[in-house]
Design a binder for this molecule. Structure first.
Ligand code: G3H
Ligand code: ZN
Length: 292
């Protein structure tokens, strides 16, 4: 099936009051694992490749081509998304490769510059049928320094969305990237205010730091796309450490990757189901077949 359109999937989830899991692909096996979990859960999924992951691999194309192939073979709608791109050239490369959506992250830029650059990206992407997520109010933690204090202003968010035509908006509401504990406290009242002020689905970055109950409250308040990466790395690495300490002579990387991915697979399925409960998939305004 062709890649799913993030606008359609996210708008359907937002209308139904449910969350949409978006997980970061670090290795090729991440994509295989996430798609298998989504297929079992029979839920749509966003797989995303960040600019940092591109830097790790040295180039976008090899990993992206494989991820797109895995997504196209999936039994459920899968969006392939470029995450946290600060480079306009990387956005252009992803669009040319067939990504169905991109995030342009201008959150470190002054408001006007972020708005202006995002608007240019939106025009470029929309002309090519690609959805755009942008960020307003910098969610900290990507540099290892946790800062949950940044906040997105509802009135600025409304102005930004209207001026740029962006399809989804990432907001700063108390999360911080790369947390290895799930202790973040979200401002659900601010989420509800922003949701009421803007007509597009909202995205929560740094969702690894949010507890199950906190995430359910955030979705009820108006978050749709739920970005998770570190939490899965914690699970993967813990499983690999345990496997290697039990099997100190193993050198076949597939053996310990399988141990790590087995637990990630179960957690992704659980999270995907959690994000749609207790409302349930039936609340979606668009039938799953229409997302294709
Ligand atoms: O864009 C990716 C996410 O915001 C992941 O953040 O690693 O803190 O879950 P996280
Ligand atoms: Zn993020």
């Amino acid at each position: 099936m062709p890649l799913a359109d993030l606008r359609e999937v996210a708008q359907a989830c937002a209308a139904g009051g449910i969350g949409l899991g978006a997980f970061n692909v670090v290795h090729l096996e991440s994509a295989e694992t996430f798609v298998a979990a989504a297929a079992r859960a029979e839920l749509p999924l966003v797989v995303q490749i960040s600019e940092n992951a591109v830097a790790y691999h040295g180039t976008l194309a090899p990993l992206a081509r494989a991820v797109i192939e895995i997504a196209q073979c999936a039994a459920v709608p899968v969006v392939v998304h470029l995450d946290h791109a600060e480079s306009v050239d990387l956005v252009h490369e992803a669009v040319a490769m067939g990504f169905s959506s991109v995030m342009f992250d201008g959150s470190k830029l002054p408001f006007d510059r972020n708005q202006e650059t995002t608007a240019e990206i939106v025009q470029y992407c929309h002309e090519r049928g690609v959805a755009v997520e942008a960020e307003l109010g910098e969610v900290g933690g990507k540099n290892g320094v946790h800062d949950p204090t940044a906040r997105t202003s509802p009135s600025e968010a409304a102005r930004f969305v209207s001026a740029t035509g962006v399809d989804l908006l990432a907001v700063a509401v108390g999360s911080s990237h790369a947390m290895t504990t799930r202790a973040a406290v979200l401002d659900t009242s601010l989420i509800a205010q922003i949701r009421a002020a803007v007509p597009v689905p909202l995205v929560l970055h740094g969702s690894s730091g949010v507890s199950d109950a906190g995430m359910r409250a955030a979705i009820a308040a108006g978050i749709t796309k739920v970005n998770v990466s570190t939490h899965l790395n914690v699970i993967f690495t813990g499983a690999v450490r345990a496997f290697l300490s039990r099997n100190p002579t193993v050198v076949d990387t597939r053996k310990y990757f399988s141990a790590g991915n087995g637990l990630v697979d179960a957690e992704v399925e659980r999270l995907l189901r959690w994000y749609v409960s207790p409302v349930g998939l039936a609340a979606l305004a668009v039938a799953p077949g229409a997302w294709g």
